[in-house]
Design a protein around this ligand. Structure first.
Ligand SMILES: CCCCCCC/C=C/C(=O)SCCNC(=O)CCNC(=O)[C@H](O)C(C)(C)COP(=O)(O)OP(=O)(O)OC[C@H]1O[C@@H](n2cnc3c(N)ncnc32)[C@H](O)[C@@H]1OP(=O)(O)O
Ligand SMILES: NC(=O)C1=CN([C@@H]2O[C@H](COP(=O)(O)OP(=O)(O)OC[C@H]3O[C@@H](n4cnc5c(N)ncnc54)[C@H](OP(=O)(O)O)[C@@H]3O)[C@@H](O)[C@H]2O)C=CC1
Length: 269
């Protein structure tokens, strides 16, 4: 499906990024992954049997490092067809305790880093090639706002709107940009970084009673960048068991019938 395509996946050393790199490589793509540390990148590369994944360290917040990464990929492979902006994250905090520096840190990583990568790949590869390209940015649901993550919720809303406006402006270059918004994904970071009670709370409350897997997010990204996803641009695709439409389990346990639903309302006579 992706034979001959060259992809960059940021944050490919772990979790969703690793699963995405493996998924794209499994479909034939040559994949360059980046992150701040070399070791996790090498671990991902070692999981791919055909040598299709290579890691290059890059902090996506640093303009010179982003430029150097894109230049290096072009020097090695001559083209870039796909960019997956996956690197990101945040720290959990009550909004009132987030300092200006803390807010800036999270916005810089998630929004500015995504912008720097997208702009560099578009201007150095997609536009000059005349062939366009595909960009998928990983954001998050629920879009109604994620309590404890004011900085990240704001940054991801910015990323999603950025994908939309660039989808309009860069349609003339054949560049398609979208966001894939996961719900709660059972990555090692999520399972270990956040309090276990959050994991249990979200497992219980998301509609299907189960967390999303990194592979489910990766497969969605692969679909979007595949030939079958060619018409997708400016979209936000949720991969979240319906977490975006409701954050509470239905119906409330106290009134659930044996069928797990509700009693039908009695007709008026
Ligand atoms: C609501 C419950 C959760 C449910 C849904 C969950 C959905 C989402 C899940 C996920 O995203 S899982 C994947 C998460 N992955 C990551 O977060 C990985 C990347 N994250 C990071 O690298 C860091 O967390 C970072 C803070 C985003 C960036 O790290 P960096 O090394 O650049 O920053 P620091 O030098 O550590 O800190 C700079 C600055 O930021 C503030 N700050 C950082 N950590 C905290 C904290 N724990 N509490 C309060 N403030 C923090 C602080 O201002 C730091 O400056 P100094 O105080 O150190 O001067
Ligand atoms: N897990 C979840 O429940 C959800 C996750 N998401 C988002 O999906 C993405 C992946 O999440 P997940 O796989 O769980 O998280 P991980 O923490 O496993 O992955 C984050 C990756 O990003 C890399 N990274 C972090 N900062 C930078 C940076 N400045 N420059 C380059 N790379 C960086 C990290 O590598 P290194 O530290 O070596 O730089 C790491 O490999 C994130 O954006 C996350 O917020 C969205 C919804 C839900």
């Amino acid at each position: 499906m992706l034979d001959g395509q060259v992809a960059i996946v940021t944050g490919g050393g772990s979790g969703i990024g690793r699963a995405t790199a493996l998924e794209l490589a499994g479909h034939g793509a040559t994949v360059v992954i980046c992150g701040r540390r070399q070791e996790p990148l090498d671990e991902t590369g070692a999981l791919e049997p055909h040598g299709r994944i290579a890691g290059i360290t890059c902090d996506i917040r640093e303009e010179d490092q982003v430029d150097a990464l894109v230049d290096e990929v072009l020097a090695r492979h001559g083209r870039i067809n796909i960019l997956v902006n996956n690197a990101g994250g945040q720290f959990l905090s009550p909004a009132e305790d987030i300092t200006p520096k803390g807010f800036r840190t999270v916005v810089r990583l998630n929004l500015e880093g995504t912008w720097l990568m997208t702009h560099a790949v578009a201007t150095k590869a997609f536009i000059p090639s005349g062939n366009g390209g595909r960009v998928v940015s990983v954001t998050l649901t629920p879009h109604t706002g994620l309590a404890g993550m004011a900085h990240s919720s704001a940054a991801r809303a910015g990323v999603e709107n950025l994908m939309k406006v660039l989808a309009i402006e860069w349609a003339r270059f054949g560049i398609k940009l979208s966001a894939v918004a996961p719900g709660v994904v059972a990555t090692e970071t999520f399972m270990t970084k956040y309090p276990a009670a959050f994991r249990d709370h979200y497992t219980e409350s998301v509609l299907a009673g189960e967390l999303v897997t990194p592979e489910q997010v990766a497969q969605t990204i692969a679909f979007v960048v595949s030939p079958a996803g060619r018409a997708i641009s400016g979209s936000v695709i949720n991969v979240d068991h319906g977490h975006d439409v409701s954050q509470v389990r239905y119906p409330p346990r106290e009134i659930a019938t044996e069928r797990g639903s509700i009693e039908q309302e009695a007709r008026r006579t």
